[in-house]
Design a protein around this ligand. Structure first.
Ligand code: SF4
Length: 318
């Protein structure tokens, strides 16, 4: 479907000539921004999908570490088998990308990461390796390791959380890193030939539209290859929800405002940046707010119509 923005599906179709699907794995690597009891972290983080602390390899003795690592590799193989079966059955597709999705997938010693990636990539001729992580977990050795998986047939992507280009907002969100940490990591990834998908967030009542546009400008200036635009959601088990319940300090947007703001951000986003996502996807069971939004397909149609009515396309105001 033609949209007024540079869609991910369009990019994949053009590059591979056929639909390509992600096989997601949880490598059990947790997140350094959360405390060992599972508390803390970003104010919107509900910890779902975070691996139990007892699974973390670096916290065990050497002998048990190697046993744990082998177990984890086996577990990843099982996840890959099941993911490949699913995309073959549902989409009749053989082209697949390996996606280390859950939490911070560079949060382990280098030999552990190498073993996990090696074993997973040996399972199938994936056309991409995609690793989701935080900017403060990308030292030069890790960047070099990731770059070593690039081949003629395989791209390497990192999904990098930024959320905002404002240090004070990052503090409010308790991200545990600053903007410079992101720009440094991003530059080193690009220098190594790794593609970057930057995650940003629309933050009603925390940031103004101008703040959010500054974030989009930083994505443009960094030379990100792709972006995921999330909307801040209130979900169960988060500090954000606790604060909201206690102080009523958060209120979201109407759907109209959401659509207008998304379209505006797209109008400022350079056309060559692929839009991988325009909405946080959340199960109803976890979601407290906003529950009144229509489903994703309708929201995308509304954004498209809004842009059409103004003769906007992605990047037209950048
Ligand atoms: S970086 Fe991700 S996993 Fe870590 S606390 Fe923030 S949202 Fe949670």
């Amino acid at each position: 479907m033609t949209r007024h923005w540079n869609t991910y599906s369009g990019y994949l179709k053009e590059k591979y000539g056929a639909p390509v699907y992600r096989v997601s794995v949880d490598a059990g690597l947790s997140c350094p921004n959360r405390r060992s009891d599972g508390s803390g972290g970003c104010i919107y983080c509900d910890g779902t999908g975070a691996s139990a602390v007892h699974l973390r390899v670096e916290e065990k003795g050497k002998a048990s570490s190697s046993a744990l690592l082998l177990g984890r590799c086996e577990d990843i193989k099982t996840q890959i088998d099941s993911g490949l079966r699913y995309i073959r059955r549902r989409y009749k597709s053989r082209l697949a990308m390996l996606y280390f999705q859950s939490w911070s997938n560079t949060y382990a010693p280098l030999p552990v990461l190498r073993k996990l990636y090696d074993e997973a990539l040996a399972q199938y001729p994936f056309v991409s390796l995609i690793v989701s992580t935080r900017p403060d977990l990308l030292c030069d050795d890790v960047v070099a390791l990731l770059a070593s998986y690039r081949t003629e047939e395989r791209d390497v992507w990192v999904e990098l959380g930024l959320q905002s280009a404002s240090d004070s907002t990052l503090e409010v969100l308790n991200r545990g890193h600053d903007v410079k940490c992101f720009t440094d990591a991003h530059a080193r990834l690009k220098d190594a030939g790794i593609k970057v998908c930057t995650h940003v967030m629309m933050l009603p009542f925390i940031e103004s539209r101008e703040d959010m546009l500054d974030t989009i400008k930083l994505v443009n200036d960094s030379g990100s290859d792709a972006v995921k635009i999330h909307n801040l959601c209130l979900t169960r088990g988060t500090r954000l929800l606790d604060d909201y319940t206690r102080y009523g300090c958060y209120a979201g947007w109407s759907i109209r405002r959401h659509v207008e703001t998304t379209a505006l951000l797209l109008a400022y986003l350079d056309w060559n940046i692929i839009v991988e996502r325009l909405l946080t996807e959340m199960t109803r069971a976890r979601l407290v707010y906003p529950r009144h939004y229509p489903d994703k397909r309708d929201i995308l149609e509304m954004i498209d119509s809004y842009m059409e009515a103004r003769s906007w396309t992605q990047g037209c105001l950048s």
